[in-house]
Write a protein that binds this ligand. Structure first.
Ligand SMILES: [Cu+2]
Length: 179
């Protein structure tokens, strides 16, 4: 149904654009990273079960800089450990701990002053093509794992899930990259 052109985000960016985002390499890591390969962030994609979608539309939206952003008791979310890492090569090792839902992890750059991401209300998802999209581990089935290795400059970054409705339910977290 909502399987829209999700892989075209770099189409208009070009190599110079990627370099300006601080993106030296993007790729799937096939083996766990060794310490010498940079930082490893464990990413858990979680939800509170089959009724988690029920809150959509009945509460303020919880995306970045949306009215409900700071509200507690999210129905689903992302936990990143550690949430602060050093600049350089970073390997995100994601696991979907949901019992029934597909989740994913997208990495985006955040401006120093957080602002709302471009959002497509009709589709209940972030407009990835207009956001600062740096890479992703796309749709993971329950219990599935995936990895993403990218190079990050110092700054703030967002990890979020863009399965329809999930971002607005609060499925995102911030990480900080230090010099
Ligand atoms: Cu999700």
């Amino acid at each position: 149904m909502l399987n829209i052109t999700r892989r075209t985000m770099f189409a208009g960016l070009g190599t110079a654009g990627l370099a300006s985002l601080g993106l030296a390499t993007v790729g799937l890591a096939t083996t766990p990273a060794r310490a010498a390969d940079g930082s490893v962030v464990k990413v858990e994609l979680w939800d509170k079960g089959g009724s988690s979608m029920d809150k959509l539309g009945s509460e303020p939206m919880r995306g970045v800089a949306m009215p409900g952003a700071a509200m507690p008791n999210r129905a689903m979310g992302i936990t990143a450990t550690p949430a602060t890492i050093k600049a350089g090569v970073v390997t995100f090792e994601a696991i979907n701990t949901s019992k029934e839902m597909v989740h994913e992890m997208i990495v985006a750059a955040l401006p120093a002053t957080p602002k709302a991401l471009p959002y497509i209300a009709d589709e209940q998802r972030v407009d990835e093509e207009k956001g600062e999209h740096l890479g992703e581990v796309s749709e993971l089935a329950p219990n599935a794992t995936g990895a993403l290795r990218i190079t990050l400059k110092p700054g703030k970054y967002l990890l979020y899930c863009n399965v329809p409705g999930h971002y607005a339910l609060g499925m995102w977290t911030e990480i900080t990259v230090t010099p």
